[in-house]
Design a protein around this ligand. Structure first.
Ligand SMILES: C=C(O[C@@H]1C=C(C(=O)O)C=C[C@H]1O)C(=O)O
Length: 257
């Protein structure tokens, strides 16, 4: 496993192991966010485009307005954060943080949040949320926002993974980058054994974090989970890891610009 610091002057001492540790920590956040969202039914009116009083769906309005507030106080100063609606974000009202530059400048602006948005609302939500409408629209939208932010952060973390992989073996990656050869880059950065471990671990975490707890009959709730653990494994296998790898490829394609 790599132990080399990512760059001598970044002082961040990132390694492939340390970014993988961060991805493992982010698994917890994603699973807890899914558990919170699953408390509410689908609450369809939130996603209806024609709600009186707001210019878009209620969920889109809440995400946009929250991002505008967060932009003013510096959320998007961090290279780990990517807005869903980057157009027309207001300027900072606090002093800049001067976060050390780790990523290659051409890769920083990669943003696949449109794909993440579509995946979340059209494919993922219907899989783990029950039908119904309990009227809790704003708390439900807040859960959607947290799920989206956690997934986006995890998937865009591929930029850091790619930077480290490149710095560890520029001689392996450079010919494929020069040839703009996506398939070779994808196979160079893929570790099937790591992906298999990730899928197993998130399934196990979903069992532990989402188990139902009963004081009376311990067997009463056995085998019942707040979100289906196999669905979490599927989420990672079909969307989270492929999209993280897409970000890695996009980043590497620009790495020698
Ligand atoms: C993130 C990495 O790159 C790839 C993507 C993975 C993921 O998204 O979890 C896991 C293994 C790799 O195939 C990594 O190597 O850790």
């Amino acid at each position: 496993m790599s132990k080399k610091p990512i760059s001598s002057d970044s002082c961040l001492n990132m390694t492939l192991d340390s970014v993988r540790e961060s991805l493992i920590g982010q698994e917890d956040t994603i699973i807890f966010c899914l558990i919170e969202r699953a408390k509410y039914p689908i609450n369809c009116p939130l996603y209806d485009e024609s709600v009186a009083g707001v210019p878009s769906s209620l969920v889109e309005y809440i995400v946009k307005e929250t991002e505008a507030l967060h932009a003013k106080v510096g959320r998007y100063e961090s290279p780990e954060e990517n807005p869903f609606f980057p157009e027309n974000l207001p300027p900072l009202i606090v002093p800049p943080h001067n976060i050390p530059q780790v990523l290659h400048p051409s890769g920083i602006s990669i943003n696949i949040n449109k794909t993440i948005w579509d995946m979340y609302f059209n494919q993922l939500l219907p899989l783990f949320v029950r039908d119904g409408n309990d009227g809790n629209y704003v708390p439900t939208a807040t859960c959607d926002l947290h799920c989206l932010q956690a997934l986006s952060r995890r998937i865009h973390y591929g930029k850091f993974v790619a930077e480290i992989k490149f710095m560890d073996a520029p001689e392996d990656y450079s010919p494929a980058i020069r040839a703009q050869d996506r398939a070779t880059l994808m196979s160079l950065l893929t570790f099937k054994n790591v992906e298999e471990m990730v899928k197993q671990r998130v399934e196990k975490k979903a069992m532990v974090f989402g188990q139902e707890v009963s004081l009376n009959d311990p067997d009463d709730k056995k085998g019942k989970y707040k979100v289906d653990p196999s669905m979490v494994s599927r989420l990672y296998g079909e969307w989270v890891m492929p999209l993280t790898k897409l970000v890695q490829v996009e980043y590497l394609l620009r790495r020698l610009d």
